[in-house]
Design a binder for this molecule. Structure first.
Ligand SMILES: [Zn+2]
Length: 236
């Protein structure tokens, strides 16, 4: 649908079409997440029933802004204000824009599922916390977030302890493009335990980053990279 020679005419309908795709698959993602939440709740033997509120697809303005970001290097620029990426040949810029757009769609769709679980944790009287589950090939940011363990809904001792790990934290519920992290609910009476790899990352944090306010993420990133390389794991 995108015609690079007719961007003015073809970008808006392309955005509308991709918004439809995001909308449809966000509903699927949210429904699957609600099923996952029900299954986890049942497996944990939680008493009583709870209806999971299914998250809405992202607002059209958010999809629009993200897709405009993905395609911004396609527009013609004068050589004097163009960035290096904007001076690439058109086919290279189209390829880069499509990769970015894929990442945007991926994030927005998966976020509808993550938001469904987060909302359920906030509203279910039997849920007390959530934790981030990261894949083995994740980036250092996600590894650090996953190593924090459970984030408690109310500021109990456990919550304060967990929150101290990331000062001024707004990152705990942030998910980047291509992020494979999931939200794991924790119910009343359950004790959340880190997965074996998240426990390794927690140890890395304690050994290399803890107690260095302001430099925690960069110190952790370096230690994480070396750790992953030593184990032959991919680094995001
Ligand atoms: Zn992630």
């Amino acid at each position: 649908m995108l015609d690079a020679g007719r961007l003015q005419a073809t970008v808006p309908p392309w955005i509308d079409a991709v918004t439809e795709v995001v909308d449809r698959y966000s509903q699927t993602s949210a429904t699957l997440a609600a099923d996952f939440y029900d299954g986890e709740r049942e497996a944990a033997g939680v008493p009583g029933s709870f209806t999971v509120p299914v998250a809405d697809p992202p607002p059209d303005e958010q999809v629009d802004a993200s897709l405009r970001w993905a395609t911004k290097d396609l527009w013609p620029r004068s050589e004097s204000d163009a960035t290096v990426a904007q001076l690439e040949p058109l086919d290279v810029r189209i390829e880069a824009a499509m990769t970015k757009a894929d990442g945007v769609v991926d994030r927005l769709v998966l976020n509808a599922g993550r938001e469904t679980v987060l909302q359920a944790v906030r509203q279910d009287p039997q849920a007390v916390a959530w934790a981030r589950g990261a894949a083995l090939g994740c980036c250092s940011f996600c590894a650090l977030m996953a190593s924090r363990g459970a984030t408690y809904r109310t500021a109990g001792t456990a919550g304060r302890d967990a929150n101290a790990r990331f000062e001024g934290d707004t990152g705990e519920a942030k998910f980047h493009n291509w992020c494979r992290c999931v939200v794991i609910p924790v119910y009343r009476g359950q004790v959340f335990e880190l997965s074996p790899h998240a426990a390794e990352w927690d140890q890395l944090y304690k050994d290399h980053a803890q107690g260095h306010p302001g430099a925690q993420l960069s110190l952790f990133r370096r230690a994480f990279r070396e750790h992953q390389q030593a184990r032959g794991r991919p680094i995001a």
